[in-house]
Design a binder for this molecule. Structure first.
Ligand code: CAP
Ligand code: MG
Ligand code: MG
Length: 477
């Protein structure tokens, strides 16, 4: 059947959610979404697409008598359908959404009830495009990887990090000892693992205190600044803020700590709260449980690209974007790399949309100055976010080890990211300190353009890492 015939099959309610002649969907009036979907419940493709647009904006299963001319203007519109690939493009009037920037509100519409509808057998949000009128209502990141680079005095390479392992079970003193070893081995950044909270064997306040002592010692001995990312996820708002305040009052230098939030399980309100309360702190978005929505083989949910774009909009300074299939987590190379580029750059190409994150040219100092002086804008916008959303950095983690650093850099085509290697450092046969050294050496080899095995001949920790992680003993000797 052709689209024209499908059009005739729509009932009057469905027809009010379709406009295949919408002339310019990027005119700034709409948030644009593209979904992969499979119709269910005996509907044809266009009927099902119209039902998705209805339920995800103003509608329900019947046309209601309470509609008004204005409410109809708020209908989402199916404006394009690809019958072969089962794709539907839907335009949502941006005025549908909560004012002043609210990610959970957008998600509640576009991947809310619709994911549970009988009328679809599959529904996945693949990509979206935000109009400038929406972008300017969102905070975007405040403290970025560039600020962290300044603090660490590290500019031309990835920021090298670890996650303390075992994931759980160390006492606070044991935990801090692992941090210390990694830092004196040359690493920059340590993060709590995603379930770190106030466990009885590792009380939160003691953990923070011990980390502070370990950091002070490591900074003194190495002469380098160090950063620790603390998991502040909690049961309720007050406890989360208490954890943040505890860290802020523990004597840390500003710049030396980050706040990690389990953004999927704790929720977007937690992410946006942290961004708005603590603009001077690096906000680390850990995405544990995202697989329920993003796994390629899962028919329902949203893509890694969509998740990452929302994280940037919400103001995360960095979010895990996967290892492009190189590490232990399931991930599609193209998807992970596209996501990484979409959060880093001022304009970027998605699979379906190119998104410009700013209306102001990045290096046009004059325009930027004028914009910052524009008092009218200061009234509604946070100081530094005039339609130019700062970058959010990829945090690259999951089954990586020093041997895999270069392959990942080659895949992503740059060094502007934080990498954290857990097992990749603590499984090193000579321990964490040696693991950190091996990671630094692998990075040095990359920067000097020297092949890893060759470089390892004069760097025993790296040689040991290569043997252990890739079993290349013979080549090294
Ligand atoms: C990595 C990690 C991270 C994953 C999450 C873990 O440890 O700490 O949570 O990277 O996945 O517990 O698995 P290893 P993603 O370095 O020991 O693998 O980054 O894809 O969100
Ligand atoms: Mg409802
Ligand atoms: Mg982890």
């Amino acid at each position: 059947m052709t689209l024209k015939k499908y059009l005739k099959s729509l009932n009057s309610k469905q027809a009010a959610y379709v406009n295949l002649d919408l002339s310019n969907p990027r005119n700034g009036e709409y948030l644009l979404c593209v979904f992969h979907f499979i119709p269910g419940d005996g509907l044809n493709t266009l009927q099902a697409a119209a039902e998705i647009a209805a339920e995800s904006s103003t509608g329900t299963n019947f046309k209601v008598t309470t509609e008004t001319p204005f409410s109809r203007e708020m209908n989402a519109l199916v404006y394009k359908v690809d019958l072969k690939q089962n794709l539907v493009w839907i335009a949502y009037p941006w005025r549908l959404f909560d004012r002043m920037g609210n990610i959970q509100n957008i998600l509640t519409y576009v991947v809310g009830n619709v994911l549970g509808m009988k009328q679809v057998d599959a529904l996945k949000l693949l990509d979206l495009w935000f109009p400038p009128a929406m972008l300017e209502q969102y905070d975007g990141p405040s403290y970025t990887i560039d600020d962290m680079r300044k603090y660490l005095d590290v500019y031309d390479r990835p920021i090298l990090g670890t996650i303390v392992k075992p994931k759980m079970g160390l006492t606070s003193a044991e935990y801090a000892e692992v941090c210390y070893d990694f830092w004196v081995g040359g690493g920059d950044f340590v993060k709590n693992d995603e379930p770190q909270a106030n466990q009885d064997f590792c009380p939160y306040d003691k953990m923070v205190r011990h980390v502070k002592e370990a950091m002070d010692k490591a900074v003194k001995e190495t002469g380098r600044k160090k950063v620790h990312s603390f998991n502040v996820s909690a049961s309720d708002f007050d406890t989360m803020i208490e954890r943040c305040e505890l860290i802020r009052n523990a004597g840390f230098e500003s710049g030396s700590y980050a706040f990690l939030i389990d953004g999927i399980t704790a929720g977007w309100m937690a992410v946006q709260t942290l961004r708005r309360r603590y603009p001077g702190v690096f906000l680390h978005f850990h995405r544990a449980a995202h697989g329920a929505f993003t796994r390629p083989e899962s028919p329902f949910g949203f893509s890694v690209l969509v998740l990452s774009k929302f994280a940037r909009l919400a103001g995360a300074s960095g979010i895990h974007t996967g290892t492009a299939g190189i590490g232990k987590m399931k991930g599609d190379k193209k998807e992970d790399i596209t996501a990484a580029h979409n959060i880093l750059n001022l304009s970027a190409q998605g699979h379906f949309f190119s998104q410009s994150w700013a209306n102001v040219p990045e290096n046009d100092e004059d325009v930027l100055r004028l914009v910052h002086e524009d008092v009218a804008h200061h009234v509604i916008l946070s100081d530094d976010s005039w339609r130019g959303l700062k970058k959010c950095c990829p945090i690259v983690s999951g089954g990586l080890n020093p041997v895999l650093l270069k392959p990942f850099i080659d895949a992503i085509g740059g060094v502007d990211f934080i990498t954290t290697m857990g097992a990749g450092c603590h499984a090193h046969p000579s321990g964490t300190k040696a693991g950190a050294r091996a990671l630094v050496q692998a990075c040095d080899a990359y920067l000097k353009g020297i092949e890893l095995v060759k470089y390892s001949k004069k760097h025993p920790e790296l040689a040991e890492a290569i043997t252990f992680f890739s079993g290349k003993e013979k080549e090294i000797k």
